[in-house]
Design a protein around this ligand. Structure first.
Ligand SMILES: C[S@@+](CC[C@H](N)C(=O)[O-])C[C@H]1O[C@@H](n2cnc3c(N)ncnc32)[C@H](O)[C@@H]1O
Length: 317
């Protein structure tokens, strides 16, 4: 049965993919994405399956797998904005490259729109976490600043999702300009620190990011806090879009899982292996989100992230 459903999903995907090539109908593109999402939801080995954890949450050894599970999901609106931006110029939708792709969260959604998508990340561990079952998506280990495996003027879209602050833009920009086709698009996007509208929860986040992780930040903290306002894309007429935000409603444990995936937390923990800081945060959040009565259901936590998008087209000539 499982096999039949899987085949049906991929057959539907193939038919839609070829139809989209002929008609370029945008509604087909979203159907394609739905096929892929269904397939990945039901058939990809989930991070939970591959990653055992006693009691559900690991405090000391969170693996990179958890990033895909707990990271703020990129919504459909982000990819719609990217595709709409590509459509402003004569995009061929042949090849997209996602630099700093991590485990492919930002790469795979592009597969519904482009013939071929390549994810590039400098960290082999992150690439090892990327899916291998999406036919038109491949991944490679390497710096985003070196795209020498690509020919000049061969790429329709380059994306950098929450990764440009980790790169040397003086090397990245010329590479992006070189590989893009005339009229090709570059989109650098990501999200700011997680926020809550509940004052006490926001205080917990502030305490975590400012006081606990304060001195453990990797390069790029300022850029993220400023939502990339310091970056200047090398394309005439480039623009920002700050209209989107990611929102999720999570259990306390899911919020803790998210905080645990922070690479800065891993760095902090390596120096402070006996730390109870995360356990204290968990207790604090539990006090807020449970009444204390064993029969009462846990209240869920609403969290949100501001999304920033920087977008530019390579001039047509
Ligand atoms: C915050 S993660 C974002 C991953 C993915 N784009 C996403 O949004 O889920 C940043 C990624 O950039 C990668 N990275 C850092 N420096 C890089 C470089 N110079 N070239 C390519 N990737 C890099 C890291 O390994 C990491 O996977």
């Amino acid at each position: 049965m499982r096999h039949v459903v899987r085949c049906a999903l991929w057959s539907a995907h193939s038919v839609l993919f070829h139809h989209r090539k002929v008609t370029n109908d945008p509604s087909i593109k979203w159907s394609l994405e739905t096929c892929q999402t269904l397939h990945r939801t039901f058939f990809s080995g989930s991070s939970e399956k591959r990653h055992s954890s006693k009691g559900g949450i690991l405090f000391g050894t969170t693996a990179v797998t958890d990033y895909a599970k707990y990271g703020p999901p990129y919504g459909r609106d982000i990819f719609k904005t990217i595709i709409d931006f590509c459509n402003e110029k004569a995009c061929r939708f042949v090849l997209a490259v996602d630099v700093g792709c991590g485990s492919g969260r930002s790469t795979v959604p592009l597969a519904a729109h482009f013939d071929k998508v390549i994810g590039v990340d400098i960290n082999p561990k992150r690439i090892a976490e990327a899916p291998t079952d999406v036919p038109n998506v491949s991944f490679r280990v390497g710096p985003g600043e070196d795209l020498s495996f690509l020919e000049d003027g061969s790429v329709d879209l380059v994306t950098a999702a929450h990764s440009m602050h980790r790169m040397d833009v003086d090397a990245l920009y010329p590479e992006v300009q070189r590989v893009l086709i005339p009229g090709g698009s570059f989109v650098s996007y990501g999200y700011g620190l997680v926020r809550s509208d509940e004052e006490v929860v926001q205080k917990v986040f502030d305490h975590f990011y400012n006081e606990i992780l304060g001195s453990f930040w990797f390069g790029g903290r300022e850029e993220i806090l400023e939502l990339y306002r310091g970056f200047n894309l090398p394309f005439p007429g480039w623009r920002r879009d700050d209209s989107l935000q990611a929102e999720r409603t999570w259990s306390v444990d899911h919020v803790i899982g998210y905080l645990l995936t922070s690479p800065e937390w891993q760095k902090y923990l390596a120096r402070n292996p006996e730390s109870n800081a995360m356990e204290d945060i968990r207790k604090m959040l539990r006090q807020v989100y449970r009444s204390g009565e064993p029969t009462d259901a846990e209240r869920l936590v609403k969290v949100r992230w501001p999304v920033y998008m920087l977008m530019g087209h390579k001039p047509l000539n």
